[in-house]
Ligand binder design. Structure first.
Ligand SMILES: [Zn+2]
Length: 164
């Protein structure tokens, strides 16, 4: 039996419709009528919920790929390794010694400036490990509008399952 679930989802600060189709052990997520991601696995483990993280991760990595060269050039930094993950309590993290930053895939739910804000925040940790005066001085100098985007990230943007 084919099951269709309709959702209202957040992407880049706007609300869109998305459809999940589940048939047997196969699931697929459609956004704007286009297939985004599929899986084939056991549904009783609730794996349908894995489709959204995959979608947001793809959207965010595409956006970061577009923005990062500008920032690496501006800050004169080498290209870090970038990881994406769905994290419960943080938007990003930086491990300067390993040259690695991790970004929360859910940033793709918020206006584009929010992911740029977190990207720049994590890149600035390559200069200053802690959130000290120098860290914020550098932030103000390079990305003065950062407080606006930080404020937008305070509010959760959850997807809603609509009656089907
Ligand atoms: Zn930080």
């Amino acid at each position: 039996m084919r099951q269709i679930k309709n959702y209202q989802i957040h992407l880049w600060g706007r609300i869109y419709g998305a459809t999940m189709e589940i048939q047997g052990e196969e699931g697929a997520l459609f956004f704007e009528k286009t297939l985004q991601t599929k899986y084939k696995t056991s549904l009783d483990k609730g794996n349908a919920s894995l489709l959204f993280p995959k979608f947001y991760r793809a959207m965010l990595s595409e956006e970061i790929d577009k923005k990062i060269s500008f920032w690496l050039k501006k800050l004169d930094l080498p290209h870090p390794a970038i990881g994406y993950a769905t994290m419960k309590s943080r938007w990003g993290s930086c491990r300067p010694i390993r040259g690695r930053i991790t970004l929360n895939s859910d940033l793709a739910r918020y206006p584009r400036g929010c992911s740029e804000y977190v990207l720049v925040h994590e890149l600035l940790h390559f200069f200053h490990l802690h959130h000290n005066h120098q860290f914020y001085k550098l932030f103000d100098l390079n990305f003065p509008s950062w407080p606006k985007y930080k404020a937008l990230l305070r509010y959760p943007r959850k997807n809603t399952l609509l009656d089907s």
